[in-house]
Design a binder for this molecule. Structure first.
Ligand code: FCB
Length: 445
């Protein structure tokens, strides 16, 4: 297949770039913002590489006009960002912090002035600490608090923001946060994590009618991290392990969102850790959406492992040297496969790839250039994979590169750079990388 160009995609196709509040804003104690679980988690030694914290990050809170200029220079039509719950509702519920809302007001105006469409994510993992102290996502009230938060934000910004993503990657905010313990709040309790998945999904479903009431022409969805799951060998045991693993990784979220309830095979595996579901919850979760966001980074190759909790499975490394700086296999054909599979199994509303990108150990050359050809090739190969999926019948609405700027990469701190724009975290200088210029050229056609 020849390399794709922009003209291989319909004119209405959205080309965008993604960021999230905690990863870029900094100013974590300014203008009334209070701590999120990630501020608390990062403050404890041993959680984040090099003891990094999100306190300053890219200082986007102050430098946002320059950052939006960079997005404009890329030529993207859409910008996906998240709003910080603890900036807007510092206690999680109750009093609204006007200064916090005003920041996003300015940001949205800045996007409109530059002709860039805002795509707003409500929850990209930065739960207000007071809500965690009260029980966090395993507690049902957190779902209700999220709906109030969605109400506050959509009332204020809904006149200009038409694209609403309730949650980013529920798998990470729940399984990684409450079971694997690698992400905030750093708990290791399967039952709590499974209850958290249910409340995150429930909060999505309960927020939909509120968003639609406040923003009559809203386009609503959520963004899932999904992975093609391949068996490590041709053995029957590995094949079954891959099916089980897929159950928790993918179907646990896709099934209830598409009206099928939670998958029976996963419920059987997790036994007493199954979440409590109240009558009406599943109907709410299956509420109509306008698009399905998919974040794609890699496939998982899975072997049978009787000791591999919770799905009796183990992820094994791909036999390849084509990996990113995270060790993640570069596997663009997995994106085509995933998009076709989700289309065949669920017939979802149009799919938007809400994140895709790569970290590499970028170097600044003596002449100040960052020649990250590998990142440009990575993105181009994934755009080719999108085209193949569309040719295979997938209804695809857009593609967002992760990320505009190098930023605070969660447990990896500032050690993993994903930006099309380089950030010097000492001086806050921004430099367009080769990949950014490549993407801008691609978008020019
Ligand atoms: C995704 C997250 C995003 C970023 C990328 C690399 O899982 O949604 O915030 O960290 O990975």
């Amino acid at each position: 297949m020849s390399r794709s160009t922009r003209s291989d995609f319909p004119p209405v196709f959205r080309w965008g770039i993604s960021t999230s509040a905690l990863q870029i804003e900094g100013a974590t104690a300014e203008d009334g913002r209070r701590p999120s679980i990630w501020d608390t988690f990062a403050a404890k030694p041993g959680h984040i590489r090099n003891g990094d914290t999100p306190a300053v990050a890219c200082d986007h809170y102050h430098r946002w006009p320059e950052d939006l200029d960079l997005a404009k220079a890329l030529g993207v039509g859409a910008y996906r960002f998240s709003v910080s719950w603890p900036r807007i509702l510092p206690n999680g519920t109750g009093a609204v912090n006007e200064a916090g809302l005003a920041f996003y007001d300015r940001l949205v105006d800045g996007l409109m002035e530059r002709g860039i469409e805002p795509w707003l994510t409500l929850f990209h993992w930065d739960l207000p600490q007071p809500l965690e102290d009260a029980g966090g996502w395993p507690r049902r009230d957190t779902a209700l608090a999220f709906v109030d938060f969605a109400d506050v934000v959509s009332r204020r910004l809904g006149d200009r923001v038409k694209h609403w993503i309730t949650h980013n990657e529920p798998w990470c905010s729940t399984i990684k946060g409450y079971y694997e313990g690698e992400f905030a709040p750093g708990k290791r309790d399967l039952a709590a994590a499974m209850q958290a998945t249910h409340h995150v999904l429930l909060s999505h479903g309960l927020a939909l009618p509120v968003l639609r009431a406040n923003v009559p022409d809203a386009q609503c969805g959520l963004a899932l991290s999904l992975h093609p799951i391949h068996p490590a060998s041709g053995s029957e045991a590995d094949r079954l392990a891959a099916v089980r693993h897929d159950g928790l990784r993918n179907r646990w979220f896709l099934d209830p969102l598409h009206g099928r309830g939670y998958p029976e095979d996963v419920l059987a595996e997790i036994g007493a850790a199954a979440p409590k579901v109240v009558d009406g919850d599943l109907a709410a979760i299956a509420g109509r959406t306008d698009f399905l966001g998919i974040n794609y980074y890699f496939r998982e190759i899975v072997a049978d492992d009787p000791a591999g909790a919770p799905m009796r499975s183990r992820v094994v490394e791909a036999e390849t040297t084509d990996v990113t700086g995270f060790g993640w296999e570069v596997y663009p054909e997995g994106l085509t496969e995933l998009l076709k599979r989700v289309t065949a199994d669920y017939r979802p509303s149009p799919i938007v790839v809400t994140e895709n990108g790569a970290t590499y150990p970028d170097q600044i050359d003596a002449d100040g250039e960052i020649r990250d050809e590998a990142r440009a090739v990575y993105i181009h190969r994934h755009i080719d994979a999108l085209r193949a999926a569309m040719e295979g019948g997938v209804d695809l609405g857009g593609y967002f590169v992760w990320s505009l700027l190098d930023n605070f990469e969660w447990a990896e701190g500032y050690s993993k750079r994903f930006g099309l724009v380089h950030v010097d975290f000492d001086t806050q200088a921004r430099t367009m990388k080769h990949s950014g210029r490549w993407f801008a050229d691609f978008l020019k056609g």
